[in-house]
Design a protein around this ligand. Structure first.
Ligand SMILES: Nc1nc2c(ncn2[C@@H]2O[C@H](COP(=O)(O)OP(=O)(O)OP(=O)(O)O)[C@@H](O)[C@H]2O)c(=O)[nH]1
Ligand SMILES: [Mg+2]
Ligand SMILES: [Zn+2]
Length: 314
């Protein structure tokens, strides 16, 4: 079963060493999953007691998708019952979308970066709405992330500026978008894949905030190869299983410092000879970045990670 690649998403599916047909789950709804392979798209029921979610790779047997292949990574959040909901798997890249103006919040970017690092997904930061920028502040703030080694792309989904750079960054990859309502995720998607045009929100004039326009998960194939997942679950997901002591090495700008602390289990709060606190004192790490770390630490300790996204303080 080699068949010609007809579906754009089929190109993101790794080949099976034994030449068997492999499919990718592109949508799931209850027990029904939609799977793409080089043979086209099929809809089928997932096996009893197996969770097949967007991004999963499944092996076909006797013409039908049957065996779930091991996952390279997974994005999961706590379920209301205390377990976890797997939102997407085998993700190459997390596009963290923020925007100039009131919607620009560094603590939110930090939380997404921590979530990406903890999940083993490479992040890219997109600063959208640069056409609305009234001064250098947002761009300077976001360039701080570039100085920590993160890739940052400035763009405007309205003027189209930076869209080519974004398209190149996403080409051939399976990516997810994260970012609060109104930052322009769907608008970016529409620029990248114009034929799939989706609904964007009308800004509320009073607040300049969006209104959660996108309500269904969708895997959109990109013209340059690869696909982008726009899902309400992922755009504000808090990771499961993040231990407080692992936070610092996932925290932007702190990864490099933590090795310099006197105590190996230093939490960088009140411990003596803490390299992080020293960096704050001599200005190498800003007070606001450190405050952002402390806030995340508090919520991880209390198991209130879900609240990360409900407190988007500036
Ligand atoms: N000026 C300007 N407005 C933009 C830009 N990108 C998006 N917008 C506007 O911002 C509003 C929200 O955009 P959406 O694309 O719906 O935002 P979203 O992130 O998908 O929002 P949710 O689906 O609610 O999560 C719309 O009115 C867009 O027209 C941009 O680059 N510049
Ligand atoms: Mg949207
Ligand atoms: Zn320390």
């Amino acid at each position: 079963m080699t068949g010609e690649t007809t579906h754009p998403l089929a190109a993101t599916i790794p080949e099976d060493p034994e030449g068997r047909l492999v499919g990718r789950v592109i949508a799931h709804h209850g027990k029904v999953v939609r799977i793409v392979s080089s043979q086209g798209e099929v809809e089928c029921k997932r096996p009893h007691r197996q969770e097949w979610v967007v991004g999963d790779l499944v092996l076909f047997e006797k013409g039908r998708p049957r065996v779930l292949l091991p996952r390279a990574n997974q994005l999961a959040r706590k379920s209301p019952s205390g377990g976890e909901d797997i939102l997407a798997t085998n993700i190459d890249l997390m596009l963290i979308v923020t925007a100039c103006g009131d919607l620009f919040k560094m603590p939110l970017i930090d939380r997404f970066l921590v979530a990406a690092a903890h999940s083993g997904v490479a992040p890219v930061i997109a600063l959208n709405k640069i056409d609305l920028s009234t001064g250098p502040e947002d761009m300077e703030a976001v360039s701080e992330y570039a100085s920590f080694g993160y890739r940052v792309i400035n763009l405007s989904a309205i003027s189209g500026q930076g869209i080519d750079e974004m398209a190149a960054a996403l080409a051939g990859k399976l990516s997810v978008m994260a970012g609060q309502s109104g930052v322009g995720k769907t608008s970016i998607l529409n620029q990248l894949a114009p034929k799939m045009s989706r609904k964007t929100g009308k800004m509320s004039q009073a607040t300049g905030k969006g209104r959660h326009t996108t309500s269904m998960a969708l895997t959109v194939p990109l013209p340059g190869g690869g696909a982008l997942i726009d899902s309400p679950g992922i755009r504000q997901f808090a990771p499961t299983g993040l231990a407080p002591e692992d936070l610092a090495r996932h925290f932007p700008g702190m990864e490099e410092l933590v090795g310099g602390c006197k105590f190996r289990d230093c939490m960088h709060e009140t411990e003596p000879e803490c390299a992080v606190k020293e960096a704050v004192e001599d200005g190498a790490l800003t007070e606001s970045r450190y405050a952002s770390y402390v806030k995340i630490l508090e919520s991880v300790r209390d198991g209130r990670e879900q609240e990360w996204w409900r407190r988007p303080e500036k």
